[in-house]
Write a protein that binds this ligand. Structure first.
Ligand code: DAT
Ligand code: MG
Length: 141
């Protein structure tokens, strides 16, 4: 089924010049880039985006990190792109993410800052819809 997902290239990925590599992997897999924008996240956007993690010990460092520099926000579309992109991204912690994945191949400096894992990808149809509306408020679906 054709789906849409929200991908973010996080501030570490943008700083390290990895936007192109992330987009290339999405495109090489056969997904389409439907929308793409470089943004500075507002506090409100981050609070909404990471609402499920509010109150967890890593929440504040995560939000601070996400506000530390520009983010590339992407809507990608394709057959099964929601789980498909998460499989391209790899495990949350880049020290255990498999080689061949974005986090496994490109991640570094872990342990103290697992939140620096280059990309975000929506984890369900509901999350994708909710998250696309946060980063592309004018999106009509
Ligand atoms: P994912 O990004 O793989 O969907 P998640 O939704 O569980 O992972 O967490 C969101 C982000 O929060 C994740 O990309 C990195 C950070 N994070 C998650 N668990 C963490 C932990 N135990 N310590 C530090 N940061 C964490
Ligand atoms: Mg998540």
């Amino acid at each position: 089924m054709t789906e849409r997902t929200l991908v973010l290239v996080k501030p570490d990925g943008v700083k390290r010049g990895l936007i192109g590599q992330v987009l290339a992997r999405i495109e090489a897999k056969g997904y389409e880039i439907e929308k793409l924008q470089l943004v500075r996240a507002t506090k409100e956007q981050l609070a909404e985006h990471y609402a499920e993690h509010a109150g967890k010990p890593f929440y504040q460092p995560l939000v601070d990190f996400m506000a530390s520099g520009p983010i590339a926000a992407v809507v990608a579309t394709g057959d099964g792109v929601i789980t498909g992109f998460r499989s391209l991204a790899g495990a949350t912690d880049p020290t255990t993410a498999a080689p061949g994945t974005i986090r496994g191949d490109l991640g570094r400096d872990w342990g103290t800052a697992v939140q620096q894992n280059i990309v975000h990808g929506s984890d369900s149809t509901e999350s994708a819809k909710r998250e696309i509306a946060i980063w592309f408020p004018a999106d009509e679906g």
